[in-house]
Write a protein that binds this ligand. Structure first.
Ligand code: NAD
Length: 373
Protein backbone atom coordinates (compact mmCIF):
# COMPACT_ATOMS: atom_id res chain seq x y z
CA UNK A 1 0.00 0.00 0.00
CA UNK A 2 1.27 3.48 -0.70
CA UNK A 3 0.38 6.27 1.66
CA UNK A 4 -0.27 9.71 0.24
CA UNK A 5 -2.86 11.42 2.41
CA UNK A 6 -2.65 11.23 6.21
CA UNK A 7 -5.36 12.40 8.61
CA UNK A 8 -4.92 13.53 12.19
CA UNK A 9 -7.83 13.92 14.64
CA UNK A 10 -7.21 16.11 17.69
CA UNK A 11 -4.75 18.97 17.28
CA UNK A 12 -3.33 19.49 20.76
CA UNK A 13 0.23 18.80 21.92
CA UNK A 14 0.49 15.48 20.08
CA UNK A 15 -1.89 15.96 17.14
CA UNK A 16 -0.21 19.18 15.99
CA UNK A 17 3.19 17.48 16.34
CA UNK A 18 2.06 14.47 14.27
CA UNK A 19 0.68 16.81 11.59
CA UNK A 20 4.13 18.40 11.47
CA UNK A 21 5.92 15.02 11.22
CA UNK A 22 3.93 13.97 8.15
CA UNK A 23 3.76 17.35 6.41
CA UNK A 24 7.53 17.75 6.83
CA UNK A 25 7.98 14.31 5.23
CA UNK A 26 6.04 15.49 2.16
CA UNK A 27 2.60 13.95 2.81
CA UNK A 28 -0.69 15.75 2.25
CA UNK A 29 -2.19 16.05 5.73
CA UNK A 30 -5.73 16.72 6.93
CA UNK A 31 -6.00 17.92 10.55
CA UNK A 32 -9.41 17.77 12.23
CA UNK A 33 -10.57 18.89 15.68
CA UNK A 34 -13.98 19.24 17.29
CA UNK A 35 -14.43 23.03 17.14
CA UNK A 36 -13.25 26.10 15.27
CA UNK A 37 -11.31 27.18 18.37
CA UNK A 38 -9.55 23.79 18.62
CA UNK A 39 -8.66 23.93 14.91
CA UNK A 40 -7.25 27.45 15.37
CA UNK A 41 -5.22 26.27 18.38
CA UNK A 42 -3.85 23.36 16.30
CA UNK A 43 -2.91 25.68 13.43
CA UNK A 44 -1.19 28.01 15.84
CA UNK A 45 0.75 25.07 17.45
CA UNK A 46 2.05 24.11 14.00
CA UNK A 47 2.88 27.70 13.03
CA UNK A 48 4.80 28.28 16.27
CA UNK A 49 6.75 25.04 15.95
CA UNK A 50 7.72 25.80 12.34
CA UNK A 51 8.69 29.39 13.27
CA UNK A 52 10.97 27.98 16.01
CA UNK A 53 12.60 25.65 13.45
CA UNK A 54 13.15 28.60 11.06
CA UNK A 55 14.61 30.79 13.81
CA UNK A 56 17.03 27.98 14.77
CA UNK A 57 18.09 27.63 11.12
CA UNK A 58 16.66 24.08 10.86
CA UNK A 59 14.21 25.08 8.11
CA UNK A 60 14.18 27.90 5.57
CA UNK A 61 11.10 30.16 5.39
CA UNK A 62 10.28 28.63 1.97
CA UNK A 63 10.41 25.09 3.40
CA UNK A 64 8.21 26.17 6.30
CA UNK A 65 5.67 27.69 3.86
CA UNK A 66 5.63 24.48 1.77
CA UNK A 67 5.04 22.36 4.90
CA UNK A 68 2.11 24.58 5.99
CA UNK A 69 0.63 24.50 2.48
CA UNK A 70 0.43 20.68 2.58
CA UNK A 71 -1.97 20.78 5.56
CA UNK A 72 -5.71 21.24 5.33
CA UNK A 73 -7.39 22.01 8.67
CA UNK A 74 -11.09 21.70 9.49
CA UNK A 75 -13.81 20.53 11.83
CA UNK A 76 -15.62 18.08 9.56
CA UNK A 77 -14.74 14.37 9.64
CA UNK A 78 -15.78 14.14 5.96
CA UNK A 79 -12.51 15.91 5.12
CA UNK A 80 -10.80 12.63 6.12
CA UNK A 81 -12.68 10.52 3.53
CA UNK A 82 -9.69 9.87 1.24
CA UNK A 83 -7.02 9.40 3.87
CA UNK A 84 -4.93 6.23 3.68
CA UNK A 85 -4.17 6.47 7.39
CA UNK A 86 -5.85 8.52 10.13
CA UNK A 87 -4.16 8.95 13.51
CA UNK A 88 -6.38 9.93 16.41
CA UNK A 89 -4.80 12.14 19.11
CA UNK A 90 -7.81 13.22 21.18
CA UNK A 91 -7.84 13.26 25.03
CA UNK A 92 -7.04 10.03 26.88
CA UNK A 93 -10.67 9.06 27.59
CA UNK A 94 -11.88 5.69 26.32
CA UNK A 95 -15.51 6.69 25.73
CA UNK A 96 -14.37 9.69 23.66
CA UNK A 97 -11.99 7.60 21.57
CA UNK A 98 -14.68 4.96 20.99
CA UNK A 99 -17.05 7.68 19.76
CA UNK A 100 -14.38 9.16 17.48
CA UNK A 101 -13.51 5.75 15.97
CA UNK A 102 -17.13 5.03 15.22
CA UNK A 103 -17.33 8.39 13.40
CA UNK A 104 -14.03 7.70 11.60
CA UNK A 105 -15.30 4.29 10.49
CA UNK A 106 -18.23 5.99 8.79
CA UNK A 107 -16.21 8.84 7.29
CA UNK A 108 -12.96 7.25 6.05
CA UNK A 109 -12.78 5.07 2.90
CA UNK A 110 -12.92 1.32 3.69
CA UNK A 111 -9.26 0.74 2.76
CA UNK A 112 -8.10 3.44 5.23
CA UNK A 113 -6.10 2.37 8.29
CA UNK A 114 -7.22 3.88 11.59
CA UNK A 115 -4.61 4.39 14.32
CA UNK A 116 -4.81 5.69 17.86
CA UNK A 117 -2.04 7.60 19.59
CA UNK A 118 -3.39 6.47 22.97
CA UNK A 119 -0.77 6.23 25.72
CA UNK A 120 -2.45 3.49 27.70
CA UNK A 121 -6.00 2.62 26.65
CA UNK A 122 -7.08 -0.69 25.16
CA UNK A 123 -6.56 -0.56 21.40
CA UNK A 124 -8.72 -3.68 21.20
CA UNK A 125 -11.70 -1.88 22.74
CA UNK A 126 -11.16 1.06 20.38
CA UNK A 127 -10.94 -1.32 17.37
CA UNK A 128 -14.19 -2.97 18.44
CA UNK A 129 -15.99 0.35 17.87
CA UNK A 130 -15.42 -0.03 14.11
CA UNK A 131 -16.47 -2.41 11.35
CA UNK A 132 -12.78 -2.79 10.36
CA UNK A 133 -10.93 -3.97 13.51
CA UNK A 134 -8.26 -5.63 11.32
CA UNK A 135 -7.28 -2.16 10.12
CA UNK A 136 -7.12 -0.55 13.56
CA UNK A 137 -3.82 -0.32 15.45
CA UNK A 138 -2.00 1.79 18.01
CA UNK A 139 0.64 4.17 16.71
CA UNK A 140 2.09 5.83 19.78
CA UNK A 141 4.33 8.82 19.09
CA UNK A 142 6.30 10.60 21.81
CA UNK A 143 6.37 14.24 22.81
CA UNK A 144 7.50 16.33 20.96
CA UNK A 145 6.53 14.13 17.98
CA UNK A 146 8.81 15.88 15.45
CA UNK A 147 11.82 15.34 17.76
CA UNK A 148 11.43 11.99 19.54
CA UNK A 149 12.39 9.09 17.31
CA UNK A 150 10.53 6.22 19.00
CA UNK A 151 7.07 5.00 17.99
CA UNK A 152 5.28 2.05 19.60
CA UNK A 153 3.11 0.09 17.17
CA UNK A 154 0.43 -1.77 19.06
CA UNK A 155 -1.30 -4.70 17.40
CA UNK A 156 -4.38 -6.46 18.73
CA UNK A 157 -5.70 -9.99 18.19
CA UNK A 158 -7.75 -8.53 15.29
CA UNK A 159 -4.89 -6.71 13.54
CA UNK A 160 -4.05 -7.71 9.99
CA UNK A 161 -0.27 -8.44 9.98
CA UNK A 162 0.01 -6.74 6.58
CA UNK A 163 -1.46 -3.54 7.99
CA UNK A 164 1.02 -3.65 10.87
CA UNK A 165 3.92 -4.25 8.47
CA UNK A 166 2.82 -1.36 6.22
CA UNK A 167 2.60 1.03 9.17
CA UNK A 168 6.03 -0.06 10.41
CA UNK A 169 7.48 0.55 6.94
CA UNK A 170 5.83 3.98 6.84
CA UNK A 171 7.22 4.85 10.30
CA UNK A 172 10.71 3.72 9.32
CA UNK A 173 10.52 5.92 6.21
CA UNK A 174 9.94 8.89 8.57
CA UNK A 175 13.25 8.09 10.27
CA UNK A 176 11.52 6.74 13.38
CA UNK A 177 12.50 3.64 15.34
CA UNK A 178 9.44 1.41 15.72
CA UNK A 179 8.82 -1.29 18.30
CA UNK A 180 5.98 -3.71 17.77
CA UNK A 181 4.16 -4.77 20.92
CA UNK A 182 0.87 -6.27 22.06
CA UNK A 183 -2.02 -4.42 23.66
CA UNK A 184 -1.26 -3.91 27.38
CA UNK A 185 -2.00 -0.80 29.52
CA UNK A 186 0.79 1.76 29.13
CA UNK A 187 2.65 -0.35 26.53
CA UNK A 188 6.43 -0.23 27.10
CA UNK A 189 7.39 3.36 27.79
CA UNK A 190 4.40 4.78 29.63
CA UNK A 191 4.10 1.82 31.93
CA UNK A 192 7.66 2.53 33.09
CA UNK A 193 7.62 6.31 32.80
CA UNK A 194 4.28 6.96 34.51
CA UNK A 195 5.14 4.82 37.51
CA UNK A 196 8.38 6.80 37.87
CA UNK A 197 6.54 10.13 37.55
CA UNK A 198 3.87 9.03 40.02
CA UNK A 199 6.56 7.88 42.45
CA UNK A 200 8.10 11.37 42.29
CA UNK A 201 4.79 13.06 43.15
CA UNK A 202 4.17 10.55 45.95
CA UNK A 203 7.56 11.59 47.41
CA UNK A 204 6.57 15.24 46.95
CA UNK A 205 3.20 14.65 48.63
CA UNK A 206 4.93 12.97 51.58
CA UNK A 207 7.10 16.06 52.11
CA UNK A 208 10.38 14.14 51.76
CA UNK A 209 11.65 16.37 48.95
CA UNK A 210 10.64 19.46 47.00
CA UNK A 211 9.91 19.48 43.27
CA UNK A 212 13.11 21.45 42.68
CA UNK A 213 15.15 18.86 44.62
CA UNK A 214 13.72 15.99 42.59
CA UNK A 215 14.06 17.75 39.26
CA UNK A 216 17.62 18.84 40.00
CA UNK A 217 18.50 15.35 41.28
CA UNK A 218 17.43 13.57 38.09
CA UNK A 219 19.05 16.16 35.85
CA UNK A 220 22.34 16.24 37.76
CA UNK A 221 22.75 12.61 38.89
CA UNK A 222 21.34 10.81 35.83
CA UNK A 223 21.71 13.49 33.12
CA UNK A 224 17.98 13.43 32.33
CA UNK A 225 16.92 16.34 30.07
CA UNK A 226 14.30 17.29 32.65
CA UNK A 227 13.16 16.17 36.08
CA UNK A 228 9.85 14.41 36.83
CA UNK A 229 7.79 17.51 37.71
CA UNK A 230 9.05 19.38 34.66
CA UNK A 231 8.20 16.36 32.51
CA UNK A 232 4.70 16.06 34.00
CA UNK A 233 4.13 19.69 33.05
CA UNK A 234 5.36 19.02 29.52
CA UNK A 235 3.23 15.92 28.95
CA UNK A 236 0.10 17.39 30.57
CA UNK A 237 -0.81 16.37 34.13
CA UNK A 238 -4.40 15.53 33.11
CA UNK A 239 -3.11 13.08 30.51
CA UNK A 240 -0.79 11.53 33.11
CA UNK A 241 -3.64 11.08 35.61
CA UNK A 242 -5.74 9.33 32.94
CA UNK A 243 -2.86 7.02 31.96
CA UNK A 244 -2.26 6.14 35.62
CA UNK A 245 -5.95 5.36 36.14
CA UNK A 246 -5.76 2.84 33.29
CA UNK A 247 -2.54 1.28 34.60
CA UNK A 248 -3.91 1.20 38.17
CA UNK A 249 -7.12 -0.50 37.01
CA UNK A 250 -4.89 -3.24 35.60
CA UNK A 251 -2.29 -3.67 38.36
CA UNK A 252 -4.41 -2.60 41.39
CA UNK A 253 -1.13 -1.55 43.05
CA UNK A 254 -1.12 1.50 45.36
CA UNK A 255 2.05 2.76 43.64
CA UNK A 256 0.02 3.18 40.40
CA UNK A 257 -2.84 5.14 41.96
CA UNK A 258 -2.56 8.73 40.70
CA UNK A 259 -0.77 10.78 43.39
CA UNK A 260 -2.94 13.33 45.21
CA UNK A 261 -0.65 16.20 44.20
CA UNK A 262 -1.36 15.53 40.53
CA UNK A 263 -5.10 15.07 40.93
CA UNK A 264 -5.39 18.35 42.86
CA UNK A 265 -3.49 20.31 40.21
CA UNK A 266 -5.78 18.95 37.49
CA UNK A 267 -8.88 19.83 39.56
CA UNK A 268 -7.66 23.41 39.85
CA UNK A 269 -7.11 23.63 36.07
CA UNK A 270 -3.31 23.55 36.35
CA UNK A 271 -2.60 20.89 33.76
CA UNK A 272 0.97 21.88 32.94
CA UNK A 273 2.55 23.99 30.23
CA UNK A 274 -0.51 23.78 27.98
CA UNK A 275 -2.56 25.75 30.55
CA UNK A 276 0.30 28.08 31.56
CA UNK A 277 0.96 26.39 34.92
CA UNK A 278 1.20 23.03 36.63
CA UNK A 279 3.94 22.16 39.10
CA UNK A 280 5.64 25.32 37.80
CA UNK A 281 4.28 28.65 36.54
CA UNK A 282 5.11 29.29 32.88
CA UNK A 283 4.07 32.95 32.74
CA UNK A 284 7.77 33.67 32.31
CA UNK A 285 10.65 31.59 31.03
CA UNK A 286 12.01 29.29 33.73
CA UNK A 287 15.59 28.27 34.38
CA UNK A 288 16.33 24.63 35.16
CA UNK A 289 15.42 23.95 38.83
CA UNK A 290 18.38 23.85 41.23
CA UNK A 291 18.88 22.96 44.88
CA UNK A 292 21.94 22.68 47.07
CA UNK A 293 20.73 20.00 49.50
CA UNK A 294 22.94 17.17 48.21
CA UNK A 295 21.77 14.64 50.81
CA UNK A 296 18.09 14.93 49.85
CA UNK A 297 18.90 14.94 46.13
CA UNK A 298 21.04 11.85 46.45
CA UNK A 299 18.32 9.99 48.39
CA UNK A 300 15.47 10.81 45.97
CA UNK A 301 17.69 10.04 43.00
CA UNK A 302 18.48 6.64 44.48
CA UNK A 303 14.83 5.87 45.24
CA UNK A 304 13.43 7.00 41.89
CA UNK A 305 16.17 5.29 39.90
CA UNK A 306 16.14 1.97 41.75
CA UNK A 307 12.35 1.60 41.63
CA UNK A 308 12.42 2.35 37.88
CA UNK A 309 15.27 -0.09 37.15
CA UNK A 310 13.36 -2.77 39.07
CA UNK A 311 10.30 -2.15 36.87
CA UNK A 312 12.42 -2.48 33.73
CA UNK A 313 13.87 -5.80 34.94
CA UNK A 314 10.35 -7.06 35.72
CA UNK A 315 8.99 -5.98 32.32
CA UNK A 316 11.74 -7.83 30.48
CA UNK A 317 11.33 -10.89 32.71
CA UNK A 318 7.64 -11.19 31.78
CA UNK A 319 8.62 -11.38 28.10
CA UNK A 320 6.51 -8.32 27.18
CA UNK A 321 9.44 -6.40 25.70
CA UNK A 322 13.10 -7.02 24.95
CA UNK A 323 15.97 -5.22 26.67
CA UNK A 324 16.77 -3.60 23.32
CA UNK A 325 13.23 -2.22 22.87
CA UNK A 326 13.07 -1.02 26.48
CA UNK A 327 16.43 0.75 26.15
CA UNK A 328 15.46 2.28 22.77
CA UNK A 329 12.07 3.37 24.10
CA UNK A 330 13.49 5.20 27.09
CA UNK A 331 16.26 6.84 25.05
CA UNK A 332 14.44 7.63 21.81
CA UNK A 333 10.97 8.17 23.29
CA UNK A 334 11.90 10.09 26.45
CA UNK A 335 15.31 11.50 25.53
CA UNK A 336 17.08 9.76 28.44
CA UNK A 337 20.86 9.63 27.96
CA UNK A 338 21.08 5.89 28.66
CA UNK A 339 18.70 2.96 28.51
CA UNK A 340 17.88 1.27 31.85
CA UNK A 341 19.73 -1.94 30.94
CA UNK A 342 22.81 0.11 30.06
CA UNK A 343 22.58 1.68 33.54
CA UNK A 344 22.11 -1.76 35.16
CA UNK A 345 25.12 -3.08 33.25
CA UNK A 346 27.27 -0.24 34.59
CA UNK A 347 26.02 -0.51 38.17
CA UNK A 348 26.13 -4.30 38.28
CA UNK A 349 22.98 -6.35 38.79
CA UNK A 350 23.91 -7.34 42.35
CA UNK A 351 24.17 -3.70 43.42
CA UNK A 352 20.78 -2.97 41.83
CA UNK A 353 19.20 -5.97 43.58
CA UNK A 354 20.53 -5.01 47.00
CA UNK A 355 19.36 -1.41 46.48
CA UNK A 356 15.90 -2.76 45.55
CA UNK A 357 15.79 -4.84 48.74
CA UNK A 358 16.88 -1.83 50.84
CA UNK A 359 14.25 0.43 49.20
CA UNK A 360 11.51 -2.14 49.72
CA UNK A 361 12.42 -2.66 53.37
CA UNK A 362 12.72 1.08 54.14
CA UNK A 363 9.45 2.05 52.41
CA UNK A 364 7.44 -1.11 53.10
CA UNK A 365 6.48 -1.32 49.41
CA UNK A 366 6.54 -4.98 48.40
CA UNK A 367 6.51 -4.12 44.67
CA UNK A 368 10.04 -2.66 45.01
CA UNK A 369 11.50 -6.04 46.01
CA UNK A 370 13.92 -7.69 43.58
CA UNK A 371 12.53 -10.62 41.58
CA UNK A 372 13.54 -14.07 42.77
CA UNK A 373 16.68 -15.10 40.89
P1 NAD B 1 -4.28 17.65 24.29
O1 NAD B 1 -5.23 17.90 25.38
O2 NAD B 1 -3.11 18.56 24.12
O3 NAD B 1 -5.06 17.64 22.86
C1 NAD B 1 -6.26 16.95 22.63
C2 NAD B 1 -6.86 17.45 21.32
O4 NAD B 1 -8.04 16.70 21.02
C3 NAD B 1 -7.26 18.92 21.33
O5 NAD B 1 -6.91 19.48 20.07
C4 NAD B 1 -8.78 18.86 21.45
O6 NAD B 1 -9.38 19.99 20.92
C5 NAD B 1 -9.07 17.61 20.62
N1 NAD B 1 -10.37 17.01 20.85
C6 NAD B 1 -11.09 16.95 22.01
N2 NAD B 1 -12.28 16.33 21.78
C7 NAD B 1 -12.29 15.99 20.46
C8 NAD B 1 -13.26 15.35 19.61
N3 NAD B 1 -14.42 14.91 20.09
N4 NAD B 1 -12.95 15.17 18.31
C9 NAD B 1 -11.77 15.60 17.81
N5 NAD B 1 -10.82 16.23 18.56
C10 NAD B 1 -11.08 16.41 19.87
O7 NAD B 1 -3.81 16.14 24.45
P2 NAD B 1 -2.43 15.46 23.95
O8 NAD B 1 -1.42 15.60 25.02
O9 NAD B 1 -2.13 15.90 22.56
O10 NAD B 1 -2.88 13.92 23.96
C11 NAD B 1 -3.63 13.34 22.90
C12 NAD B 1 -3.43 11.84 22.90
O11 NAD B 1 -2.03 11.56 22.73
C13 NAD B 1 -3.84 11.17 24.21
O12 NAD B 1 -4.36 9.91 23.92
C14 NAD B 1 -2.51 11.05 24.96
O13 NAD B 1 -2.51 9.99 25.89
C15 NAD B 1 -1.57 10.77 23.81
N6 NAD B 1 -0.17 11.10 24.05
C16 NAD B 1 0.18 12.23 24.74
C17 NAD B 1 1.52 12.52 24.92
C18 NAD B 1 1.95 13.76 25.66
O14 NAD B 1 3.13 13.87 26.03
N7 NAD B 1 1.07 14.74 25.87
C19 NAD B 1 2.51 11.68 24.40
C20 NAD B 1 2.12 10.56 23.67
C21 NAD B 1 0.77 10.27 23.50
Amino acid sequence: MSFSQIGVVGLGIMGAGIVEVFSRAGYQVVGVAESAAAVEAGKSNLTKSLARAVSKGKLTQDQSDEISARVLFGENFDLLANCDLVIEAAPEILSLKVEIFSKLDAAVKPSGILATNTSSLSVTQIANATSRPAKVIGMHFFNPAPVQKFVEVISTAHSDPEVVAEVIELGNSLGKHLARISDQPGFIVNKLLLRYLNHAVQILDSGQASKEQMDAAMREHSGYPMGPCELLDLIGIDTCVEILKTIHADTKLAIDEPAVGMVELVSSGKKGRKTGSGFYDYSERLDAPTDSNEAVKSQVHNDLLIAYLGDCIAMEATGYATKADIDSGMKLGCGLPEGPFEVIEKMGIEKVRSAQAELSERTGVVAYQPLPL
